[in-house]
Design a protein around this ligand. Structure first.
Ligand code: CP
Ligand code: NVA
Length: 315
């Protein structure tokens, strides 16, 4: 069976823990003789991993490119504007061409359905590098960062303030519940998480001992939180809605008042890019509780671990 990561709940709690443990090990052994090179073929030739972008990216592009190279492989980075996929070639056809030549496909695109079509077609692992609905690679890096700062995940509370309907909110719900965390989403009415995602996250939480909750009360959401996170109020593809979107989110900014309501040792995260003075205050993202640069670095380690794990299980 070929394993994919199309959304956070493609990994069971035990599998998520395995990937996170491997991520820590790969970080520790980076640049040493112990670092694995599963993407190097027996004859020394690098195997390729396709990394496709239908939307802009800095962190995902860099971390997958560097990560594939560090695993002994060759990252084949393709932007929509320079591929036939971007001109409307069917997803299935592109997938059939790629999976005969590459060892895995990483794709950032718009519709989750497109990504799932690719996964259903592909004979190599497919990884979601962000869709409109989910960003599971980011959540693995975020969970790795929380483990580094706090030692464990289960039972800790994670509060997300901002657009509760976007990819990051959805992935925190599924990925956080999988880790046994208490995930609270604080967002305005009209920007709530998708009901099916909230329901699925609640089912997972019931198994792991975590919980999930949505509230429009930003202050209550932040109370006592072990982890405070936010994301842009205007996701990629929503640029035309900029003016309409800012006002409703102003009470949900991750500012010093929110930090003061959280636990004394709260860990502040942001997937980046950040908009200081909008969803996060400059003195918070650049302040002592912020772990955002470790979080950004951990994209590399978490994704290397994910690729190693998926390739091992897709034999
Ligand atoms: N956080 C994140 O995915 O960043 P990029 O859009 O720069 O890849
Ligand atoms: N929600 C943001 C995440 C960026 C990494 C977006 O989709 O643009």
């Amino acid at each position: 069976m070929i394993r994919h990561l199309t959304r956070d709940d493609d990994l069971t709690p035990g599998e998520q823990a395995e990937v996170l443990a491997l991520a820590a090990e790969l970080k520790r052994t980076r640049h040493t003789d112990a670092a694995p090179t599963p993407l190097r073929a027996a004859n020394g030739v690098p195997r390729a991993v396709a990394v496709l972008f239908d939307k802009p990216s800095t962190r995902t592009r860099v971390s997958f490119s560097v990560g594939v190279a560090e695993l002994g492989g060759y990252p084949l980075v393709i932007d929509a504007g320079s591929s036939q996929l971007g001109r409307g070639e069917p997803v299935e056809d592109t997938t059939r061409v790629l999976d005969r030549q590459v060892s895995a496909i990483v794709w950032r695109t718009f519709g989750q359905d497109r990504l799932e079509t690719m996964a259903a077609t592909s004979r190599v692992p497919v990884v979601n590098a962000l869709t409109d609905d989910f960003h599971p690679c980011q959540i693995l890096a975020d969970l790795q960062t929380v483990i580094e700062r706090r030692g464990s995940l289960a039972g800790r509370s994670l509060t997300y303030l901002g657009d509760g309907a976007n990819n990051m909110a959805h992935s925190y719900l599924l990925g956080g519940a999988t880790a046994g965390m208490h995930v609270r989403i604080g967002s305005p009415e009209g920007y709530q998480p998708a009901p099916d995602v909230l329901k699925r996250a609640a089912e997972i939480a019931a198994e792991t001992g975590g919980s999930v909750q949505w509230t429009a009360d930003a202050a209550a959401a932040a109370d006592g939180a072990d982890v405070l996170v936010t994301d842009t109020w205007v996701s990629m593809g929503q640029e035309d809605e900029y003016d309409a979107r800012v006002a409703p989110f102003l009470p949900y900014a991750l500012d010093q008042a929110a930090v003061d309501r959280a636990a004394d040792d709260v860990v502040v995260l942001h997937c980046l890019p950040a908009y200081r003075g909008k969803e996060i205050a400059a003195d918070v993202i650049d302040g002592p509780r912020s772990a955002v640069w470790d979080e950004a670095e951990n994209r590399l380690h978490a994704q290397k671990a994910l690729l190693v794990w998926l390739l091992e299980r897709s034999g």
